[in-house]
Write a protein that binds this ligand. Sequence first.
Ligand code: CU1
Ligand code: CU1
Ligand code: CU1
Ligand code: CU1
Length: 610
Amino acid sequence: MAAKTHVFHYNATYVDANPDGTFQRRMIGINNEWPVPTIRVRKNDRVQIHFTNGLGDRNTSLHFHGLFMKGNNAMDGPEMVTQCPIPPGFTFTYDFIVADQAGTYWYHSHSGSQYADGLRGLFIIEDDLPFEFDEEVILSMADYYHLESPEIMKKFKSRYNPTGAEPIPQNSLLNDTKNLTWSVQQDTTYLVRLVNMGLFASQYLYIEDHKFTIVEIDGILVKPVEVDSLYIAVAQRYSILVHTKKANKNFRLVNIIDETMLDVLPQDLQVISTNWVQYNKNGELPAPLENGAGSFEKLVESLNPYDDFKLQPLDKVALLEEPDYQISLDFTMDNLGDGVNYAFFNNITYTPPKVPTLMTVLSSGEHASEAVIYGSNTNTFVLGHNEVVEIVINNMDPGKHPFHLHGHAFQVIYRSPEGDDEENPIVYDPSNPKHHEFPEYPMIRDTIEVNANGFIIIRFKSDNPGVWFFHCHVDWHLEQGLAITLVEAPKEILKQNISQNHFDACIQGKVPFEGNAAANNVEWFDLNGENRQFVPLPEGFTTKGYFALLVCTIVAVYGVFTIYKYGIEDVNSESNEATMTKLYQILHKYNALDSEQEEAFLRSENASQI
Ligand code: CU1
Ligand code: CU1
Ligand code: CU1
Ligand code: CU1
């Protein structure tokens, strides 16, 4: 079949929607429709999306999750990594060929946590498949928030949320609705494409009294395995074959939010969502499952989802040889001087550069291989060409996290079990021979969940020159800085083209597109003025703290003295009032620094000295 060119004119616009039937809100749709369209192409087709930001009040971008964009890094989409944000009113053209990839992918905004507002859809690449089926069906799941993401962010990344408790979704959706009914024919084989398009929560999924067969994960065909339930982290995809029964009744199709990921559990949150596989339109639908206390534990205990680590690609790819380059990342969460909780890899919380990193590469010429020009806060690693790269993540956090690499699918060669607690995580120990026991044919995918207080090792070949983001796909954690940047084979990236349209987006949005991370294109090693993370919270009391303590003590002593004085003589109320007013003025002055002044102070070097 000859390759086709698919041309889309997409205008991102706000659309009112009420997908869970309990709350009307503004979603980001395309061409005034939400949910957004599923893009369906065939392998080797060309895709051209003329994408207009019709939102008026926010920047946007599109990322094509899982697509390699070989030789075309500029089309990957994450803002400040491969492109400038698309400003309101601007039309940015994504133009690429879908080469050598097929399966279930998705596209989403890559501007902060914006896809929480609905700008996410499926991207399906068709190909001849090595198995038979009668019909294809999509089931997308997602956690769902009632507030818009900028509103959520204000509360989330705030000194009033010092523990970094993640926003709790109000609901979960299946195909962007609640209580879905999927009508099926008897004795029919369905290819079901499953995607978790959520922001945060992994989900379990099963069909009552049905088994099914996993045939694809994240665009990689796998040796078929029959299972009766799945566990899908955000951004992961599965294709399954479901063969329907010769039945005449209806069954529950259940998706369950992994409530162990939630810091608090609101009483009205339905973590267990009942939908139906309907064989008989006139038949009864089994009652929805209960959501009361203990119901999650009981239900999940009865499920036994297949461990994705054990899956094998259908085209067996042998374990990549010993790495040429290893990146070891210790992941922690902590507060910085602004009181906000951040996420860190090796004590660095990703802070976007002033110039999109790809544009730094392209304007740097001879300096492209020097990691330092990419800034001290972007956690950039420069990779050679065609090397075996290994990434080790030691998760020192008591939560599970789905890590995603742009531009590659990687081999998952080790996943430790969950560690006991934060004090005692299971970390990679190079001298432990057990930590070198790898599968002969490891599972390959583009998003993998690391266990709580455990570690993971992945390997890939640096055969796709480009600037690739690697981050936790819980977008709340990405917003907290849980990301690194890989500059893969920079000398090869210099051979790639970038359209004028790219620079125009930068110009319209007033974002520099030349120079190092500090936008300096004269002194390439001078990073003065780059974006940096806040300084750490000082140990013990700050000067401000000591002062507040002192003033409080004076006020308290004065208060006691006043009571004493009141007891023994007449009150001279005029002089008392004057003194109290003075004390309150001092307190007020030190407590009510305006937030901008305070922020500037906290980001400054001076703050570390107090
Ligand atoms: Cu991606
Ligand atoms: Cu993604
Ligand atoms: Cu995370
Ligand atoms: Cu990403």
